[in-house]
Design a protein around this ligand. Structure first.
Ligand SMILES: Nc1ncnc2c1ncn2[C@@H]1O[C@H](COP(=O)(O)OP(=O)(O)OP(=O)(O)O)[C@@H](O)[C@H]1O
Ligand SMILES: [Mg+2]
Length: 345
């Protein structure tokens, strides 16, 4: 494992909670999430649908609905490529104030799961991309336009000189997705959050987008948060990995440890469910039984207990397991972690 240094941390989440007050009760979408992003490294976040991946990234970008309650700390240690003496606590910022607006786009940029979220329907995509470039890297309008055109070309938008003056609704869904990726990459952010950036794209463009993200990382020492369902992409892109389940981090370690020495039964179940050529050939798939529970009024127990083959009655259903550092840099939230059960992997 590459040595990680504490002073390399660029963004740190400490016990972050995002709860939504709904008529049915309090929905705990994110419930005590802690992890750190190191300079120039990619942190992959993986987990089934509904486990809180997008809400976590929206909390970092401070774009939550008004009825969302945020707790804990989201500490940003670098701004405008300079280390800060005192970190900025994004969780405490006014979501519409000038400080977060100066962070969005230039310091932290985001590829959204839904591309319509990134663009206003009232302005051309060009105006929106150029405005972001002018604000963060190149004030000259003609030069900013040229950078925007090149960014659109780099994501395979044909005839970018003309497309740049079109409105979001004039582009197809896939093209909008690519235009958003161009916008997120063109400002050379210190931190890029990519929430399922390639799910809607065809395979060749997918590979191209992953290359673009890796180039950005190499050339600018950008740190990346990469969210996906796809463990194959996690293996290809990540240095470190967070596995989320029901609003909580259940395993957190470097990518090799995750694939070669997974300890949480949920991580192992996810790994077993990867479709390999052999499994496709034999028509045999192992899916995780049951579904993710709805995060309202949950019993106080391990969240994975009802689906876990290794659950122990009277232990796993009697409280919430704490996060344990089972070996340096390897964190697991399971009552059995570090007690020999992982030998069954
Ligand atoms: N604006 C909202 N209001 C109420 N509940 C929400 C809101 N956004 C998300 N949730 C709920 O919060 C939980 C986490 O949602 P989130 O979108 O973070 O999941 P996800 O891990 O990104 O899933 P997917 O893989 O499907 O994108 C879900 O139970 C979801 O229904
Ligand atoms: Mg999501």
């Amino acid at each position: 494992m590459e040595k990680q240094r504490k002073d390399d941390i660029i963004l740190e989440l400490k016990d972050v909670k995002v709860h939504f007050k709904l008529d049915e009760g309090l929905l705990k979408a994110v419930d005590g999430v802690s992890f750190a992003i190191h300079k120039g490294r990619t942190l992959g976040i993986v987990g089934e649908s509904g486990c809180g991946k997008s809400v976590t990234s929206n909390a970092i970008f401070k774009i939550l609905p008004k009825y969302g309650l945020i707790g804990g700390d989201i500490l940003l240690y670098e701004k405008d490529h300079k280390r800060l003496e005192t970190p900025i606590n994004i969780a405490k910022l006014n979501p519409t104030g000038p400080e977060i607006r100066s962070i969005r786009g230039g310091n932290i940029s985001m590829i959204f799961q839904e591309p319509m979220k990134a663009f206003s329907p009232l302005h051309t995509i060009g105006n929106q991309i150029i405005e972001a470039i002018q604000l963060h890297i190149e004030p000259d309008p003609a030069k900013a336009r040229a950078i925007a055109i090149e960014a659109l070309r780099s994501v395979d938008i044909s005839n970018p000189e003309q497309r740049i003056d079109e409105y979001p609704h004039q582009l197809s869904g896939g093209m909008r997705q690519r235009a958003m990726i161009a916008m997120a990459l063109s400002c050379k952010p210190s931190i890029l959050i990519a929430d399922e950036p390639t799910t809607a794209l065809d395979v060749t463009v997918q590979a191209q987008v992953l290359d673009l993200i890796n180039n950005l990382k190499r050339e600018n020492d950008t740190s990346v948060i990469f969210i996906t369902h796809d463990l194959g992409v996690i293996a290809e892109m990540s240095d470190d990995v967070v596995v989320m389940y029901l609003g909580k981090v259940v395993e957190y370690c470097d990518v090799d440890t995750l694939f070669y020495h997974p300890m949480h039964p949920y991580t192992r179940a996810l790994l077993k469910s990867i479709p390999t050529e052999d499994k496709i050939h034999k028509g045999r798939f192992e899916s995780i039984r049951g579904t993710v529970p709805y995060p309202i009024n949950l019993p106080v127990e391990c969240g994975f207990c009802s689906r876990c083959d290794e659950a122990e009655k009277g232990v796993c259903d009697k409280g919430e397991p704490p996060m344990v550092e089972v070996e340096p840099g390897h964190f697991v939230r399971c009552f059995h972690a570090g007690k020999g059960k992982e030998a069954q992997a």
